[in-house]
Design a protein. Structure first.
Length: 693
């Protein structure tokens, strides 16, 4: 028996980006474990990725190209050869492109976070073709935009420093489920005497284990941040030296914060005045003592109308109290902006060569697939190539998404590991490789290590890497530039800008051997200012925002859908709904892994006892959740984890594996955020009733 160990990287959409060690015996991956030497992974994997071998060798794995033989959505296919699949795709794309290549749309996101198998050869292909561009906004763009206006880029506190903090505020996240290795650091800080405060409408697994939980109303986070500012300024819990040297617009901010008394803040957020005042005092006094005060803000904050502004308001807080002075202080939203990637080299937008490129937002795919040609919209979408995504399950206003993909005149290609909800609508279904079967390189949005992924095993069946599929399609389309023949290793070697001080030591062959390598970064990124904004300061007042038609100061933007902001809609649908990630799933990945789905059970709806009683719903009853957009069914869990007026449907279930063939996105909206053109998944009003099974 031949046994080897291969260095790899977790590819999934999680800030931890774990370093993996794959044990291979006679060509079979027998164990997937965390690298004990990688400082953030420390040998520990989440329950999902610990089962990655089970996913790779899953009995339902797609292993051969197939073409549809039933109606769209039925999921009936027959096996074909790769030559037939590729010839069919190329012929259809050539025909459409001859009329208008913008009628062709790629649809992809973070099914893999790798820079090679994600967006490298794929975008070279679509840029050369002249296809429509996809605005990839469905997760993080609202918050990252608000953060960039304030800080200058997605750079923040190093995750490896958090265990030294004395106060950690976990704002809009559930790291036990979605950021396990940060939670390990927070737990260590707790053991050392730190106080942990969770700010979240829902008492999540994480909130349950913090010292304090502040259960504000969905979409009111910026109001709470402004109320905290009011108290910090009123009680002089400020670092005046840091403000004077390293911030811009304090006097203007002072005027805005004065409007947000604790009383107004508490009423807006649905919490008590004491919670507002004490949060500000805890934060300001910790920094004044010289203790590290850290905020881990996550993406739950930004999935509402004012989500970008909410992140911006929260991002102002560390500069007010000088929390950036300490390596364990400050704030982290994402570390992705720390990585000097070389996306132009990988993706080659120059191949558009000045041609027009329509952009379609992935969040509004439901509406856009149902539009006809028009001068405003451009050509009707005639073909969609889906890879690294499952839009029928994950995109909002799901009923429209399904109707769009069900169009008989829409040619759909899906590259997948499994027959997902979206795969059921494919005309051609192609088997993709998993992380164990291909080469890739990764950044992280939670730590600061460049990561390598080596192929551990040969591809299963006839599965092929995304890059290889687009190479083969490029050849059939007559794209003869040598860039369409570059190997995955050649692509990975171009992934980072080696002229940048943070990545001057990057060498792909070396990284493949070691598996991971830390960027050259200081312990405290903004201890002495040096923000990436136009002024080089933390911008409380942003001229760039003013130029973009936005309020230049932090502001409260109420939700589209709440009882306070839309009382007429609230009278009809009086319950707010959020749909955060289920612990055993990662977006729509892992839902089909039986052991993980069994652990999750079935779709549930958490509802407060008073809300349940008013509707005659008992714990364990089936509940129907509905609004004007749609309806779905889930098992009621009557619990005070959901604050009164809020229901929580942990997601994202594959529709075909859910109780009624539907999921929470039946009721979510395609409306976009205040900035960043992102979705508003948690800006949703519904009504709930007992379901007659």
């Amino acid at each position: 028996m031949t046994t080897t160990q291969v260095r790899a990287t977790c590819p999934h959409d999680c800030p931890d980006t774990c370093a993996l060690l794959i044990t291979v015996e006679d060509g079979v991956a027998t164990e997937v474990k965390g690298d004990p030497d990688h400082p953030t992974t420390a040998g520990v994997l989440c329950t999902k990725v610990a089962r990655y071998a089970e996913r790779t060798y899953h009995v339902e794995r797609l292993l051969h190209p197939m073409k549809r033989v039933g109606k769209k959505g039925e999921g009936k296919f027959e096996r074909i050869s790769w030559d037939e699949a590729l010839d069919t795709i190329a012929a259809r794309l050539k025909d459409i492109a001859a009329r208008d290549p913008q009628a062709i749309l790629p649809y992809s996101y973070c099914g893999t976070m790798g820079m090679v198998q994600g967006e490298s050869m794929s975008l070279r292909f679509f840029h050369q073709l002249g296809a429509s561009l996809l605005d990839r906004t469905i997760c993080a763009s609202a918050g990252s935009t608000g953060y960039k206006y304030t800080i200058g880029g997605s750079i923040g506190t190093d995750m490896e420093q958090f265990q030294d903090a004395k106060l950690i505020i976990i704002w809009g996240g559930n790291p036990i489920a979605s950021n396990l290795h940060f939670w390990t650091r927070a737990q260590e800080a707790k053991r050392r005497g730190a106080k942990l405060i969770a700010i979240d409408p829902y008492r999540s697994l994480t909130a349950d284990k913090c010292h304090q939980h502040i259960a504000l109303l969905p979409g009111t986070d910026s109001a709470l941040a402004l109320g905290v500012m009011h108290v910090l300024i009123r009680e002089n819990l400020l670092d005046h030296d840091y403000i004077a040297q390293h911030t811009l617009g304090f006097e203007q901010l002072k005027g805005r914060a004065a409007e947000w008394t604790p009383e107004r803040t508490a009423e807006t957020c649905g919490i008590t005045v004491d919670e507002v005042v004490n949060l500000a005092r805890e934060y300001g006094q910790a920094a004044a003592r010289g203790d590290a005060a850290a905020i881990r803000v996550n993406y739950g904050v930004q999935r509402v109308r004012g989500g970008g502004m909410a992140v911006r308001a929260i991002a102002c807080l560390p500069a007010l109290v000088g929390a950036w002075r300490h390596p364990a202080g400050g704030i982290q939203l994402s570390s992705s902006g720390t990585f000097p990637t070389n996306k132009p080299a990988l993706q080659r937008p120059d191949l558009l060569n000045g041609r027009p490129a329509r952009t379609i937002n992935m969040t509004t795919i439901g509406d856009d697939l149902l539009k006809d040609s028009s001068p405003e919209f451009g050509p009707k979408v005639e073909a969609v190539i889906v890879y690294n995504a499952n839009p029928v399950a994950i995109a909002p206003d799901s009923g429209k998404v399904m109707r769009g993909f069900a169009r008989d005149d829409l040619f759909t290609v899906v590259m997948e590991h499994f027959q997902t909800d979206t795969a059921d609508y494919a005309d051609i279904l192609l088997p993709a490789t998993t992380q164990l079967e291909h080469v890739d390189t990764h950044t992280s949005y939670g730590h600061l290590y460049m990561m390598a992924n080596n192929a551990a095993i040969a591809p299963m069946g006839e599965a092929r890497a995304n890059t290889e599929v687009f190479r083969l399609l490029a050849a059939r389309m007559g794209f003869d530039d040598p860039i369409f023949r570059e190997t995955d290793d050649e692509l990975a070697a171009q992934a980072y800008d080696k002229s940048h001080p943070r990545a001057m030591h990057f060498d792909w062959e070396s990284l493949k051997r070691t598996g991971w390598q830390k960027l050259n970064v200081p312990a405290a990124p903004f201890a002495e200012g040096g923000f990436m904004t136009p002024s080089g300061k933390c911008e409380f007042y942003s001229s760039a925002m003013l130029a973009d038609g936005l309020d230049p100061l932090p502001a409260y933007i109420p939700p589209y859908e709440s009882i306070a902001s839309n009382p007429q809609l609230g009278a009809k649908y009086p319950l707010a709904m959020i749909s955060p990630p289920a612990r055993n799933f990662l977006n729509s990945s892992f839902v089909n892994v039986k052991s993980l789905r069994s652990a999750e059970g079935e779709p549930h709806l958490d509802i407060h006892p008073l809300d349940a009683a008013a509707r005659g719903i008992l714990d364990g009853d089936m509940a129907r959740i509905f609004n004007d957009r749609g309806t779905f069914v889930a098992r009621a869990r009557v619990t005070d984890k959901a604050r009164q007026g809020l229901v929580v449907g942990l997601s994202v279930w594959w529709k075909k594996l859910a109780t009624d063939g539907k999921n929470a996105n039946e009721v979510t909206s395609q409306r976009l955020t205040d900035m960043g053109r992102a979705p508003t998944f948690y800006d949703t009003l519904v009504e709930v009733e007992k379901h007659a099974a």
